[in-house]
Design a protein around this ligand. Structure first.
Ligand code: PEP
Ligand code: MN
Length: 259
C-alpha cells in the first residue's frame, strides 16, 4: 500500500499529471478489481469508485454503501494503488475515511459547509468537486472551509457547469483551469466524464483540460459500460481509456509534462 509521503508526492507533483480513473459506482468485486488491474497496467495512479451515490432519482441504484468500500479496498490490495470515494454526508464520514486514501466531496455537496468543515479536520487529501451552479470565486471560498480547518491537501475538480447548452450533460468550464491557477495554489483536476454525458465526447474534453494546464484528470472507466448501473452512457471501455491515455501523454509532453 502507498505511504502517506508517496501519496502526497503523487498529488502535489506538477510535472506528472495525476490520472484518476475507475467506474462511476462500485458494482461487484470482479468489476472493480478487474478495472483497477487494467488501470494499474496502463499506469494510472488512483482508482475511483462510488459507494454512496448522489443519484438524481431515489429510484435508481444508490451504490453498495459499506460493501462497496470493502470491494474498493480489495482493488487497492490487488494493485497497491490508492483509492478515492465520495462521502455524501457527515454521518458517513468516519466510515468512508476508514476505507479510502482520498475523500471525494461531490458536486451536489460543493457548498455543504458543515461537511466541508468536517473534512477540514481530517488528515487525508480531499477531492472537492465544483458545484454545477457555483462560480469559481464561490468554489475557491468553499475550498477555504476545508483548508482553514487545517487540511490543506485539497484538489479542485472542474466537472462541468449548467448552462443553456444542452447538447452535452453539462458544459466543461475549461477556463476555470487558468483562472483557478491564477488565484490559488491548489491542484486543478478535470473530470471530462460528467460534462460529456456521452463516452464519445470524453476524450476531446480530457485533452482540452490538459491543454489548458490541468494538473490531472478523473475519468469514468467500466469493463462493460452498457451494463453499468449508473452513468452508463459516459463511461469509457478499457480500449477507449487506453486511447485517451496515449493522447493525453502526447498533449502533456507539449507542455513539458508527463503521465
Ligand atoms: C462522481 O464523480 O461520482 C460524481 C457523482 O460526480 P459529480 O459529483 O461531479 O456529479
Ligand atoms: Mn458518475
Amino acid at each position: 500500500m502507498i505511504s502517506q509521503i508517496e501519496l502526497d508526492r503523487l498529488l502535489t507533483d506538477r510535472k506528472n499529471l495525476l490520472m484518476i480513473a475507475g467506474p462511476c459506482a462500485i458494482e461487484s468485486e470482479s468489476q472493480i478489481v478487474s478495472t483497477a488491474q487494467y488501470l494499474k497496467g496502463l499506469g494510472s495512479h488512483v482508482i475511483r469508485g462510488g459507494a454512496f451515490k448522489p443519484r438524481t432519482s431515489h429510484k435508481t441504484f444508490q451504490g453498495l454503501g459499506e460493501e462497496g468500500l470493502k470491494l474498493l479496498a480489495k482493488a487497492r490490495d490487488a494493485t497497491g494503488l490508492p483509492i478515492v470515494s465520495e462521502v455524501m454526508d457527515t454521518d458517513h464520514l468516519n466510515l468512508v475515511e476508514s476505507y479510502v486514501d482520498i475523500i471525494q466531496v461531490g458536486s451536489r455537496n460543493s457548498q455543504n459547509f458543515s461537511l466541508l468543515r468536517e473534512v477540514g479536520k481530517i488528515d487525508k487529501p480531499i477531492l472537492l468537486k465544483r458545484g454545477f451552479g457555483v462560480t469559481v470565486a464561490e468554489f475557491l471560498s468553499a475550498s477555504e472551509y476545508i483548508t482553514s480547518g487545517g487540511n490543506e491537501r485539497v484538489m479542485l475538480v472542474e466537472r462541468g457547469i449548467r448552462t443553456f447548452e444542452n447538447s452535452t450533460r453539462f458544459t466543461l468550464d475549461v477556463s476555470a483551469v487558468p483562472v483557478i491557477h491564477e488565484k490559488s495554489t491548489l491542484p486543478v483536476i478535470i473530470d471530462p466524464s460528467h460534462p460529456a454525458g456521452s463516452a464519445r465526447y470524453v476524450e476531446p474534453l480530457a485533452l482540452a483540460g490538459v491543454a489548458a494546464g490541468a494538473d490531472g484528470l478523473m475519468v469514468e472507466v467500466h469493463p462493460a459500460p452498457d451494463k453499468a448501473l449508473s452513468d452508463a452512457t459516459q463511461q469509457l471501455t478499457f480500449e477507449a481509456y487506453s486511447s485517451l491515455y496515449e493522447k493525453v501523454g502526447k498533449v502533456a509532453s507539449v507542455l513539458g509534462r508527463q503521465l
